[in-house]
Design a protein around this ligand. Sequence first.
Ligand SMILES: [Zn+2]
Length: 68
Amino acid sequence: MNGVDGCMTTCIRCLTTAAPEPLGLCPACAVRTRLELASGLRRLTDYLAAWAAFDEWCRARRDGTAFA
Ligand SMILES: [Zn+2]
């Protein structure tokens, strides 16, 4: 009984270590998951920036938008 709400479960990622509710991740997996999330958000930001640049290019050519 150590979790935020007093409940423990098995880590949903490694399936071997006890993990506190409500996150359900052991400390090691919580760190890995946070790093993957940060990396994913960086990649999503780059992707959306590329779409915005493409949209700007389309508009500059008066060729509609990237979404048309
Ligand atoms: Zn784990």
